[in-house]
Write a protein that binds this ligand. Structure first.
Ligand code: C2E
Ligand code: MG
Ligand code: MG
Length: 630
């Protein structure tokens, strides 16, 4: 009997069954379909052997039973092809239900094929230990199986350009093996290769895609980051809500000493083992060495949180846990949003007291979405050159005319609307986009000064440009600003850079180096927002600035409050003693302006004179002011 190949196939399948079922399943749709395909393939192989045995002993068998066994075998071949096609489609369909809806036609074809194969006649060949079947029923099998193979090749090879490359390659190799085996068997009916070719397909899928080890993290036994992405994507595909708890044990891994890194590993391993006991929890490890626990409800999430916290407390270690809880995944639109939010919360967690938990309720998620919207707005504005600069005139009290201006960033919306900096600068400071905004504003200002000869034609001696603390931390800042001034052939005394005192500055050394390089080049600095609460006089002593800008709050308080008046006057005297000049911001009325002039402050900036203006209006304003002086 020619069943050696089939017996080998059975042995291989048994091994793959063992390795596939050894681990607790994650419940991925693709894995389920793989197991079904493997089940049908196993059945097909068993029937292959059964049909060879039945033909060999056909004299002892009723004809109907013989036909049933042989036809069931060839029908099962068509079903392997059918499930192969369904399995191949998981990547674009995500869920079986969806696929079923779209591809009912394939189900109808496989059912029609089954009926036809059972109806059509079959013949048996049996001589010298060689057996095989032939006839109309077998030919129908070839046609239907080929149909599914071709449909799979079409879906994966032609339409599936965006699918997972590994999956695409594995499925195509499987199909090629099938076609070669079918052709060989068609030309030489004695070689019963098609059943074994299905086994080879299963072997390829197992090693390339479905080996459970590929989804596991070697260190802890938790599911890995790849499995996390696939699983979450699948739940979103089905619109099934999940609750997640993120556990981070240290602020970052770089700061860990050997001891605490080892403690973290031991703790993570212990936690995974502990959590695996519960059937309704899935534990994943992220690339940042954090654990994410998935459960199906908020109540269960709270329990998991308590259990995890209690476990960590019970183990003596130096590590500091921090938790982020997402009670309901459907508050977010897709997996990408979930991971971006978790990543964002991870970054924010440094602000949260250690051991505390960030609970992502609706309000936090709304805030986050708003922030994402603004981030997208900034990115598109940068990409489409929609950052605009407005200029607010600055008046010299000594010379009774406008001698400078402050450049202030705006975003021009696609609909022409103007977005004020208060809504995007703080976010840009956090995500680092401030550097690009700052540079764009600086370059546009330089171009503006040069193009309109502001100093020579309008008497505007210099423009104040805001510089964020984050920008100052970049060691290459001075170099790139100098390059921009050189590009426009600008006299460096045409710009004053405004810096703000900030307790959050991390790289003070870089700030001072940048300031030194720019001052050596000829640029002057102003200290912005003096008197708004964060500033103190020491900062003026430390910083090589030429101008101090009194914050609007300080100026307003001057007119409302006697004590504030003393503070501002005393500050003014001290700053003048240091031979620095002062700009008073936020002057809104004539009384305020007169009082500031009487006080002896050199410059005034405020709505009393003008709001920040687009460049053409600013030029008209300065021209008008100059001509009304004459
Ligand atoms: P700032 O640098 O202190 O700029 C002065 C702000 O006060 C401007 O607000 C200006 O319109 C406003 N202001 C001036 N006079 C008056 C007044 O009389 N009354 C009132 N109510 N407000 C007045 P704006 O343009 O909304 O800018 C807000 C802040 O955004 C700026 O404060 C600055 O910190 C930041 N910013 C703006 N552009 C840039 C930029 O290009 N880079 C950086 N890093 N920050 C910028
Ligand atoms: Mg400013
Ligand atoms: Mg200011």
């Amino acid at each position: 009997m020619n069943i050696e190949v089939q017996c080998c196939g059975i042995a291989v399948l048994l091994l793959i069954w063992y390795f596939s079922l050894r681990k607790k399943p994650l419940g991925l749709e693709s894995k389920k379909l793989f197991l079904i395909t493997m089940g049908v393939t196993s059945f097909c192989l068993v029937m292959d052997i059964a049909s060879v045995v039945a033909i060999s002993f056909q004299e002892a068998m009723p004809a109907l039973l013989l036909a049933a066994v042989c036809k069931t075998y060839i029908v099962s071949l068509v079903w392997v092809g059918y499930f192969g096609l369904i399995y191949s489609s998981t990547d674009f369909n995500g869920v079986r239900q969806e696929w079923r809806k779209k591809n009912r036609i394939y189900t109808i074809i496989v059912l029609a094929g089954t009926v036809l194969i059972y109806i059509l006649p079959i013949s048996y060949y049996h001589e010298e230990g060689i057996v095989y079947t032939y006839g109309a029923s077998c030919n129908a099998t070839y046609v239907f199986a080929l149909l599914f193979v071709l449909a799979t090749v079409y879906k994966v090879g032609i339409k599936g350009k965006n699918m997972n490359l590994k999956r695409r390659r594995a499925i195509l190799i499987w199909m090629v093996i099938w076609i070669i085996a079918a052709l060989t068997q068609f030309l030489n009916a004695r070689l019963l290769l098609v059943g074994f070719a299905s086994v080879l397909g299963v072997v390829i899928l197992f090693f390339e895609l479905e080996n459970p080890e590929a989804n596991l993290d070697k260190e802890t036994g938790a599911y890995n980051a790849h499995a996390l992405g696939e699983y979450a994507k699948q739940l979103y595909g089905k619109q099934e809500a999940f609750s997640a708890l993120l556990l981070a044990l240290n602020d970052n891994n770089t700061g860990e000493d050997g001891d605490s890194a080892e403690q973290t590993d031991i703790l993570l391993r212990g936690l995974v083992r502990h959590a695996e006991k519960a059937k309704d929890i899935k534990v994943f490890k992220t690339l940042e060495r954090e654990l994410i626990f998935f459960t199906s409800s908020e109540e269960r999430l709270q329990e998991v949180f308590q259990e995890v916290a209690a476990y960590i407390e019970s183990v003596p270690s130096k590590v500091q846990p921090c938790y982020v809880m997402l009670p309901n995944s459907l508050m977010l639109r897709n997996v990408e949003e979930v991971f971006r939010l978790l990543r964002h919360s991870r970054a924010e967690r440094r602000k949260v007291q250690k051991g505390n938990c960030i609970f992502l309720d609706e309000e936090k998620i709304e805030q986050y979405k708003e922030r994402e919207k603004i981030e997208a707005l900034i990115r598109s504005a940068l990409a489409e050159d929609r950052i605009e600069v407005f200029y607010q005139p600055i008046y010299s009290t000594k010379r009774d005319k406008f001698v400078s201006a402050e450049a202030l960033a705006r975003i021009r919306g696609r609909d022409g609307s103007i977005v004020p900096p208060g809504s995007f600068i703080p976010i840009a400071e956090k995500n680092g986009l401030i550097s690009q905004i700052g540079e764009a504003v600086f370059e546009k200002t330089c171009a503006f000064i040069k193009e309109h000869h502001l100093r020579e034609h309008y008497g505007i001696e210099y423009i104040e440009v805001n510089l964020s603390v984050r920008q100052c931390e970049d060691p290459k800042l001075a170099q790139s600003y100098i390059r921009i001034m050189e590009k426009y052939g600008l006299d460096p005394s045409c710009v004053n850079l405004e810096i703000t005192e900030s307790a959050s500055i991390r790289l003070r050394h870089n700030l001072l180096e940048n300031m030194k390089a720019l001052i050596d080049y000829g640029v002057r600095f102003s200290l912005d927002d003096f008197g708004n609460g964060e500033s103190n006089l020491n900062y003026i002593v430390d910083m090589p600035v030429s101008v101090v800008k009194f914050d609007r709050d300080m100026c307003q308080a001057y007119f409302a409050n006697q004590k504030a008046k003393f503070v501002m006057e005393a500050s003014m005297h001290m700053i003048h003693d240091m031979e620095l000049e002062i700009v008073s911001e936020g002057v809104e009325t004539k009384e305020q302006k007169d009082a500031i002039v009487a006080l002896g402050i050199e410059y005034i900036q405020g709505y009393y004179f003008s709001k920040p203006l687009p460049k053409e209006e600013f030029l008209q304003f300065v021209e008008r002011a100059a001509s009304s002086d004459k």
